[in-house]
Design a binder for this molecule. Structure first.
Ligand code: AMP
Ligand code: MG
Length: 345
């Protein structure tokens, strides 16, 4: 299949028109959002939605997020919007916030992965919104990466995974947030964060008065424990390198644990790198370090592309320096712990 790539800086209208037509025709489009790039299709066209799972190699019981550009479109998808949910959506939409609500029967089981609920988001990204508007459809879109790989934060990442496999990719520059949206169950009185993201638990609490973090966000679910969000069950964000996450303890002591494992891996002849913050660089001496940023926001924005770059450099071991789970740090740690396959040091 020929893949048409449009740089929206220079081919805004042509790109959006071609992509909108592809969506309306039941085809797949890679497009930018403020979180990560999405792989979109007409959400109400079950055949088109099925082709998303196929292209990604995504397990069929891991549901997709449906993207809308205006509030009224929510009515087509969900059977009710509780008062507290509406309050949160009025504050956090458009933005990196996904609502899980009871779905209308018209919403196909393929999009919802067989669940009675559906996940809905209104992105803030102007080009994403324009694509939804021009297509005249609701757009189901997971992250535009092959299942299991780090999520795409640039059009090049989408090209790397889907060139020749989908008809259209829109290039809208680098994703701002760099991590996927906060997925939040808004059916009950207390919002439950199923996957942390750009809208933090603290922000949700400040509007709703309370918030719960689902089990499985920062730890591996035990046998028999039910995943509130199916995505928690799957291997995620993994580069080819073996990844370890250092978590807990005082800064110097944590760095000490990283250094011991790094030195052991180097002795074994494995190409190793430490992913750390600028402020703690000096704790690692002459060892190979990649600086992810000065704060949690910068780390969020660079994490996925750094994992892909590590693969390109042929890195065999990545050692993550864990950070505080305050604010967006919770989302960063949720991704790091999965990239590490729960291997903690
Ligand atoms: P992705 O689009 O690849 O970022 O993944 C979407 C995430 O939202 C996955 O972790 C899904 O498991 C989760 N999700 C989507 N729909 C639902 C739903 N109805 N209930 C719970 N989690 C959902
Ligand atoms: Mg994903």
């Amino acid at each position: 299949m020929k893949t048409e790539i449009f740089d929206l800086k220079t081919e805004y209208d042509k790109g959006l028109e071609t992509a909108a037509k592809a969506i309306a025709d039941g085809k797949l489009v890679g497009f930018p959002t403020e979180t990560v790039y999405g792989l979109g299709a007409d959400a109400m066209n079950e055949e088109a939605v099925r082709s998303i799972y196929l292209a990604k190699g995504r397990p069929s019981n891991n549901p997709l997020i449906v993207h809308i550009y205006k509030f009224e479109q929510l009515d087509a998808l969900v059977s009710e919007v509780p008062e507290k949910a509406e309050k949160l959506l009025r504050v956090f939409w458009p933005g990196p916030f996904t609502a899980v609500l009871n779905k209308k029967p018209e919403v196909n089981d393929t999009v919802s992965g067989g669940l009675k609920t559906v996940a809905v988001r209104m992105p803030a990204h102007a080009m994403a919104r324009e694509l939804i508007k021009r297509s005249g459809k609701l757009i189901a879109a997971p992250s535009a990466n092959l299942s299991g790989k780090p999520s795409p934060t640039t059009a090049q990442h989408v090209i790397d995974d889907f060139m020749g496999k989908i008809p259209v990719i829109l290039d809208g520059g680098s994703a701002d947030v760099g991590l996927e949206s906060t997925v939040c169950d808004l059916r009950g009185d207390v919002p439950i964060v199923l996957r942390p993201g750009g809208v933090t638990a603290e922000m949700i609490r400040s509007v709703a008065g309370d918030v719960m973090i689902s089990p499985g966000v920062l730890e591996e679910l035990k046998e028999g424990e039910k995943a509130l969000s199916p995505g928690m069950l799957y291997k995620h964000y993994s580069p080819k390198a073996e990844v370890f996450l250092a978590m807990g303890g005082e800064e110097k002591e944590l760095a000490g644990r990283i250094n011991i494992l790094y030195d052991k891996c180097i002795k074994e002849g494995r190409k190793s790198e430490i992913f750390c913050m600028e402020a703690s660089r000096s704790l690692y001496g002459e060892r190979n370090c990649r600086l992810l940023g000065k704060n949690a926001e910068e780390i969020a924005a660079s994490l996925f592309s750094e994992l892909r770059l590590a693969d390109e450099r042929g890195v065999e071991v990545v050692l993550f320096e864990g950070l505080s789970t305050d604010g967006i740090g919770l989302a960063v740690m949720n991704r790091m712990i999965r990239a590490a396959g729960f291997k903690l040091i």
